[in-house]
Design a protein around this ligand. Structure first.
Ligand SMILES: C[S@@+](CC[C@H](N)C(=O)[O-])C[C@H]1O[C@@H](n2cnc3c(N)ncnc32)[C@H](O)[C@@H]1O
Length: 242
């Protein structure tokens, strides 16, 4: 197990301190410091949008091509895939596209101020079918709390998935969540420029059905939303059928 960082209280004083749980600052401080280092070398001008799980960069590339006046950040857990995406962006000279190797739940609070992101995209998230892996699922209460804090009022969240039970669970959860309002996916700014992600292309080629939803963030006082339990949230009760 990673030893506790004896200086974690210094990290707590940084602007992201209130949004990152103490145990993450204590035991995942190496990751936090990597993200801070990356951030110092890669400023991301606003307006900015984030794709979580950017994989090989297929969707990210389309975003960056489509609106050169917007910054797009892909956040991806697998470093080899980050290199693939970064190379594609560099080959096309798309300096409004960026990729960071990090856990998005950590990277977003560290890289952005509350109320600043224009959009967050999650395309075909890993379903983590098994009960014992459920805690690894990206979309839980803590995720949507973070999205509400870091999206600007009017900012959008977009989900696509071919795990239809996952979709229904998130859909039902969001319908009951007063922080967001449902919008037509075509009303998400820039949607006319989107390209298909890798998984979406495979679904289309193999006739695998998938669903999409978009929500708009509603304004509330971000400060009143501060919680320090991003990793401790109850999970949305996904009840998948395989
Ligand atoms: C099933 S793949 C989908 C990839 C791509 N979005 C697509 O539609 O083809 C899920 C991707 O999300 C990444 N991922 C999962 N959890 C993540 C997290 N917390 N932060 C960043 N990336 C994550 C995985 O490494 C993987 O590349």
């Amino acid at each position: 197990m990673t030893p506790m960082n004896p200086n974690w209280t210094e990290l707590k004083k940084q602007p992201f301190g209130p949004y990152v749980p103490d145990e993450v600052l204590q035991y995942r401080s190496d990751e936090v410091e990597e993200i801070l280092k990356w951030s110092a070398q890669n400023p991301i001008p606003l307006p900015a949008e984030v794709e979580i799980g950017s994989n090989r960069g297929c969707f990210l590339l389309g975003l960056a091509r489509g609106r050169r006046d917007v910054s797009f950040l892909g956040v991806e857990l697998k470093s080899a895939l980050c290199r693939v995406s970064a190379n594609k962006l560099a080959r096309e000279g798309l300096d409004n596209g960026h990729v960071i190797h990090a856990d998005a739940k950590l990277a977003i609070p560290i890289l952005f101020q509350p109320g600043t992101l224009s959009a967050i995209y999650v395309l075909f998230p890993d379903p983590w079918w098994k009960r014992r892996h459920a805690r690894r699922r990206l979309l839980d209460d803590g995720f949507f709390e973070m999205a509400h804090i870091f999206l600007k009022p009017g900012g959008c969240f977009v989900l696509k998935t071919d795990v239809l039970d996952y979709f229904e669970a998130v859909d039902e959860y969001l319908q009951a969540n007063p922080c967001f309002e449902r919008i037509d996916i075509a009303d998400v700014p820039g949607s006319e420029t989107w390209t298909h992600s890798t998984r979406e292309r495979h679904c289309l080629e193999d006739n695998v059905p998938y669903k999409s939803l978009a929500i708009r963030n509603l304004a509330t006082d971000a400060a009143s939303q501060v919680k320090t339990t991003l990793t401790e949230k109850k999970l949305i009760k996904h009840n998948y059928r395989m």
